[in-house]
Design a protein around this ligand. Sequence first.
Ligand code: HEC
Length: 154
Amino acid sequence: MRDYTYGAELLVLYLASTMKKNIFAGLLCAVAVLSVNVWSQTRRHDEIMKDVNATYEKLKKSLDAQKDKEAFEDAAKLQKLFKEVEDFWTPFDTKDAIEAARRAQNSFAALSRSVQVNNFQQAVMTYNTAAQFCRDCHSVHRIQAADKSYLIKP
Ligand code: HEC
């Protein structure tokens, strides 16, 4: 939350300087912009995660069936999704989460290279070790609310 507070201060300073006549309206705007921002960020994260999960499961099926084209596409998509995850965590400065997201990107990049040379055995090994990055991050940064939904813990 620290970064959002900092962002809010900047925003308030900016609005105060440009809207001298009506600082109060400026503050209201700042609060509105902030809440939308925080909300959309958290929304986006679980959308990414649902996508990650579906693609990760799909990749397993593609690998089992040795469908190289599909497997390549799934791995490439996961690489992109984990870049989004990395970008999400960057403003929080949550180093281990950023690291897990980066390692996941590297794994899926390596996996797509294995698939390209038809080395499915190696690709499956990489697939299985990648599950570690999900666990590493979830065990520290994912908490379950009373209603069983998941929340972010930076
Ligand atoms: C950098 C941290 C991080 C990594 C890496 C990560 N996750 Fe997550 N994941 C989270 C957090 C935090 C939540 C809880 C907040 C949310 O739902 O977005 C979550 C939630 C989820 C959810 C629940 C989504 C929902 O709300 O229904 C699934 C499913 C999931 N992750 C799957 C995975 C899988 C599979 C991997 C690995 C291939 C993975 N995650 C890797 C941080 C991570």
